[in-house]
Design a protein around this ligand. Structure first.
Ligand SMILES: Cc1cc2nc3c(=O)[nH]c(=O)nc-3n(C[C@H](O)[C@H](O)[C@H](O)COP(=O)(O)OP(=O)(O)OC[C@H]3O[C@@H](n4cnc5c(N)ncnc54)[C@H](O)[C@@H]3O)c2cc1C
Length: 310
């Protein structure tokens, strides 16, 4: 492709710019993207899409891609939850209405673990402040605080960048002076993968009803160094940290990230039997304790809400 063709494609397909880029480390970024169009109305917890042309270069050290030449002039698009740094530069709760960008918290997927190589993140991780990209004009999703009452306990459980929507919902709760307990736990491999850690520490100092727990699977906690979100529930540690039992009548649990942590039940195509994946995810553990998942197809709002990232 000639440089004229490349710049024509970029002009035609890109409709947003990166206005802030914080490299937490080489494989983890927090970026703010300003659309050329008015930022769509949305609710904390929702997601939109980011995209880059297949013609863009890929980061080194990633699984090799076999690219069909037919794709070369197309956009690669993936969904991203809208994230939030909760505090502004003065250390006050962020006034989102005063901003014109959307924040994203993204990890570089170097290897998909499948035959097809990861497409978008190896390209996204070559961008810098000022770079152009595609941003979806729609923001959507049922993963919101709908149904949460002011005195309810709100539990956010995530893996990796799955804490993105939780941080934005946390801002909504704090701005509304939420009276119930709020606990957010995030499970990562290493402590350096907690991109918002310092902000959570500040918030805990300021809001007695807020607790942030970080779990690592590759360093420093528990027997063998591994603690998963499921262990937090099974051991009773979550309730100890919450300071009260997990009561389905007054608790909403939000699960985001790795599908294995979430553990959505699957229906056997032949027998129709509903089975949970093994080892158990959080849904199975909570369902046994009287919790109920959302069923969007039936417009049923339960007290377990989830967003799977793959
Ligand atoms: C509603 C929604 C919101 C999302 N929000 C975020 C977000 O806020 N931040 C974020 O980093 N990602 C988020 N994702 C995942 C994101 O859409 C992409 O799948 C991810 O960035 C990988 O894109 P890719 O093109 O590089 O890899 P793809 O070509 O999409 O390959 C993905 C494959 O890589 C594997 N994989 C390993 N680690 C991950 C991982 N962390 N995420 C996805 N796949 C993984 C899986 O097997 C998956 O099938 C979200 C996904 C959904 C459905």
């Amino acid at each position: 492709m000639t440089s004229e063709e490349l710049s024509r494609l970029r002009d035609e397909k890109y409709n947003a710019s990166i206005v802030h880029l914080d490299r937490v480390h080489h494989d983890l970024v927090i970026m703010r993207v300003r659309p050329d169009f008015p930022r769509p109305a949305h609710k904390p917890g929702q997601y939109t899409v980011l995209g880059l042309g297949y013609w863009e270069p890929r980061h080194e050290g990633c699984q090799a891609e076999q690219l069909d030449p037919l794709f070369l002039s197309r956009l690669a698009r993936r969904s991203y939850s809208i994230s939030c740094s909760v505090l502004d530069t003065e250390g006050e709760l962020l006034e989102v209405a005063q901003t014109d960008w959307l924040e994203f918290y993204i990890v570089l997927v170097r290897n998909s673990g499948k035959a097809a190589a990861p497409v978008l993140t190896p390209r996204l991780f070559l961008l810098e402040q000022g770079s152009r990209l595609h941003l979806g004009e729609k923001i959507a999703g049922h993963y919101t605080l709908e149904g949460v009452k002011p005195d309810d306990s709100v539990i956010f459980l995530s893996t990796g960048t799955g804490e993105a929507p939780h941080n934005y919902m946390l801002l909504e709760l704090l701005r509304a002076n939420h009276r119930g307990r709020i606990l957010s736990a995030c499970c990562v491999r290493y402590k350096q993968d907690l991109g918002y850690r310092a902000i959570h520490d500040q918030l805990m100092g300021r809001y007695p009803n807020y607790t942030y727990l970080s779990l690592t699977t590759r360093e420093g906690q528990g027997p063998g160094g591994k603690v998963y979100i499921q262990d937090l529930l099974s051991s009773g540690e979550l309730e100890r940290q919450l300071g009260r039992p997990l009561d389905p009548a007054t608790t909403h649990v939000f699960l985001c990230g790795n599908p294995k942590m979430i553990g959505v039940a699957e229906k056997d195509r032949v027998t129709g039997e509903v089975r949970f994946p093994q080892p158990p995810g959080v849904i199975e553990i909570l369902t046994r304790r009287g919790f109920q998942t959302d069923v969007p197809a039936q417009k049923l709002r339960g007290n377990i809400h989830y967003e799977e990232y793959w």
